[in-house]
Design a protein. Structure first.
Length: 161
């Protein structure tokens, strides 16, 4: 294995949930982070003393106010990725297929970046049809790869809602 001189000396572990509804649409999160608008999957950073499954469950409860169950592992980062924040961190991301344990309560938008208030930390949710999903729909390199993987999965059965 070739060692890459990266300039990073710390790791950030991010954990995301992928939920595909009965219309073959995947839920995404539009956010304003560090002054930038990004589109990603719902989820966030692993906290000390927390396992990845607990992290994604906590994040979905915090962000979407809905409890979830892990359906299956979907993808774990297999390439070097530096943080888009350029903070000297390497990002490792874990993606799980999730199922909702209650109906979705969050307000779903139709347009990208349709924030209630356009400020740092703003967040809005919307669906992207799997038939039209493209790597360019996502802002971060790992999410782009996962988006491309999802496009190839048309006809996939949704997890329970």
């Amino acid at each position: 294995m070739e060692q890459v001189e990266s300039g990073v000396d710390r790791f950030t572990i991010r954990v995301y949930g992928i939920w595909i509804n009965e219309k073959e649409e995947v839920l995404v999160s539009d956010e304003r982070v560090a002054g930038q608008q990004i589109t990603k999957f719902p989820g966030g950073g692993l906290e000390p003393g927390e396992g990845p499954a607990d992290c994604v469950k906590r994040e979905w409860l915090e962000e979407l106010n809905v409890p979830i169950r892990i359906h299956s592992q979907f993808y774990f980062t297999d390439d070097f990725v530096a943080s888009f924040l350029n903070d000297g961190r390497q990002v490792i991301s874990l993606y799980y297929r999730v199922e909702l344990l209650e109906p979705l309560k969050a307000k779903i938008k139709r347009e990208a970046f349709d924030f209630e208030e356009d400020r740092e930390g703003a967040q809005a949710f919307r669906f992207i049809p799997l038939a039209r999903i493209a790597a360019g729909d996502f802002s971060l390199p790992i999410d782009r790869k996962v988006g491309a993987m999802l496009r190839s999965m048309r006809g996939i059965k949704p997890c329970r809602q």
